[in-house]
Unconditional design. Structure first.
Length: 120
């Protein structure tokens, strides 16, 4: 199987970060640990990513992406006047984020299934 196809199938055609379904042709391959930070070219270090997530993550570590880039998105949006207007008029809604990426949620579900089988 081709490497690109293997990466795409890791999370059944979903972005590993936001969970959005991505078409094969639109998938970008993200280095979980960027090469410039010592990451290597291997299937274990690749995640399928939508363009938006891959662009925003760039060469950041997962923790930097989670804690510095995503955790403060709402704070930055609150500085945008039109965002505050849309919020006031109920056009948008701010939801709590559990700080977990899609691949972490999927992996956790698989681990729980394994534990249930072992307990039987």
């Amino acid at each position: 199987m081709m490497l690109r196809q293997s990466v795409y199938e890791k999370y059944e055609g979903h972005c590993a970060y936001c969970g959005e379904h991505i078409d094969y042709k639109d998938m970008q391959i993200d280095h979980i640990n960027a090469k410039r930070n010592g990451g290597i070219d291997s299937i274990e270090n690749y995640n399928p990513s939508c363009r938006l997530c891959n662009h925003y993550k760039r060469a950041s570590s997962l923790e930097t992406f989670r804690n510095e880039l995503l955790a403060h998105v709402v704070d930055r949006l609150m500085n945008v006047y039109i965002f505050r207007v849309a919020l006031k008029y109920g056009m948008i809604e701010i939801k709590e984020w559990d700080r977990k990426f899609y691949f972490e949620k999927i992996n956790n579900k698989e681990q729980m299934k394994l534990q249930e089988k072992q307990g039987d």
